[in-house]
Ligand binder design. Structure first.
Ligand SMILES: Nc1ncnc2c1ncn2[C@@H]1O[C@H](COP(=O)(O)OP(=O)(O)OP(=O)(O)O)[C@@H](O)[C@H]1O
Ligand SMILES: [Mg+2]
Length: 257
C-alpha cells in the first residue's frame, strides 16, 4: 500500500474507491504474462451508470487490467464479479455474452470492409449475447458515420475509426463499456467528439470503465478515478480530489500543475 493510499484511507477519501452496489467489482487481481507478474492485487469497482477512469503512465498495467476483466488474460489470483456473478475465469466470448464490451487500444476495425460491414461483423461476434442491437439503429447514433455507411474502414479518419470501434462493440450489446485510450492520437476537436459520444452513451445508461493517459479527458468524462502505477492502485478519488492533488498528478501521472 502506497503512502498516498494510506493517506487517502486516513483522511476518509477511501470511500471514493468503493461501490455500494457494483456492476463491476474487481478485487485483488494478480495477473501477468508468463512468469512476469504485472498486476499485484488490483481492486476497483464501477457502479451502475457510472463513468470510472483508470489512469496511469505507460506500462502501468492499464490494458492488462482490462484484458483480465474480459478474460483475455487469466488472473492467477483475485476475482472479477459482474452483476453479482463471478466471471473471473470466463472466456472473452462468454464475457461478451454478459454484455461487457471491450474496445481495445488498437481499434481493431477491418480496413477493407465498409462501415456497415464492420458493424455486421460486430453483430456476428456477439451473435448470442443477451442483448444484441440492430447495426442500423446503432449507426443512427453516430453522427460521423451514419452519412457514410459504404465508406471503407481504411478511408476513415482516426476519430471515425475510434467511433466505429465503439459502435461495433455496442452492436453486440453493452451494459459495461471498457474503453482503452479512446482519444490516443486524436486531434483536440476529435477528442471532444469522442467525449460527447461517451457522455451520450452514459446518458443512455451504459456504464464505462475508461482507461486514459490523458488525465484531462479522464477528468472531463469520469466521476471517479483510480491511479495505477506499476501494477498497483496507488490512489483513488473524485474528479475534484484528483484535480487538486498535485503530488499524485506529478508523481504518478507526470502532469505538472
Ligand atoms: N503480451 C505481453 N507479453 C508480455 N508482456 C506484456 C504483454 N503485454 C504487456 N506486457 C507488459 O506488461 C506491462 C504492462 O503493460 P500494459 O500494456 O498493461 O500497460 P499500459 O498501462 O496499458 O501501458 P500503455 O499506456 O503503454 O498502453 C508492461 O511492462 C508490458 O511490457
Ligand atoms: Mg495500454
Amino acid at each position: 500500500m502506497s503512502d498516498e493510499f494510506r493517506g487517502a484511507a486516513e483522511s476518509g477519501r477511501l470511500d471514493a474507491g468503493a461501490c455500494e452496489d457494483p456492476l463491476l467489482d474487481v478485487s485483488g487481481l494478480v495477473a501477468g504474462y508468463g512468469a512476469t507478474e504485472v498486476l499485484h492485487g488490483v481492486s476497483l469497482c464501477v457502479g451502475e451508470g457510472e463513468v470510472v477512469s483508470l489512469v496511469g503512465r505507460n506500462g502501468a498495467g492499464k490494458t492488462t487490467t482490462l484484458r483480465s476483466v474480459v478474460g483475455n488474460v487469466v488472473p492467477s489470483d483475485g476475482s472479477v464479479v459482474f452483476r453479482g456473478e463471478d466471471v473471473t475465469r470466463l472466456s472473452p466470448e462468454e464475457t461478451v455474452r454478459r454484455n461487457v464490451a471491450f474496445v481495445p487500444e488498437e481499434r481493431r476495425i477491418f480496413p477493407g470492409l465498409t462501415v456497415a460491414e464492420n458493424l455486421r461483423v460486430g453483430q456476428l461476434g456477439g451473435g448470442d449475447t443477451a442483448d444484441p442491437r440492430d447495426p442500423e439503429e446503432v449507426l443512427a447514433e453516430f453522427e460521423n458515420l451514419r452519412e457514410h455507411p459504404d465508406r471503407k474502414g481504411a478511408a476513415l479518419s482516426g476519430g471515425e475509426q475510434q467511433m466505429l470501434a465503439i459502435a461495433r462493440a455496442l452492436v453486440a450489446g453493452a451494459d459495461l463499456l471498457l474503453l482503452d485510450e479512446p482519444t490516443e492520437g486524436l486531434a483536440p476537436y476529435v477528442v471532444r467528439q469522442v467525449e460527447d459520444l461517451v457522455n451520450g452513451l452514459n446518458d443512455e445508461g451504459i456504464s464505462v470503465l475508461l482507461v486514459e493517459q490523458n488525465v484531462e479527458v479522464a477528468l472531463e468524462l469520469a466521476d471517479r478515478h483510480y491511479v495505477l502505477d506499476r501494477g498497483e492502485i496507488v490512489y483513488h478519488g473524485t474528479s475534484d480530489q484528483l484535480r487538486d492533488d498535485e503530488a499524485v498528478l506529478d508523481r504518478h501521472l507526470g502532469v505538472t500543475t
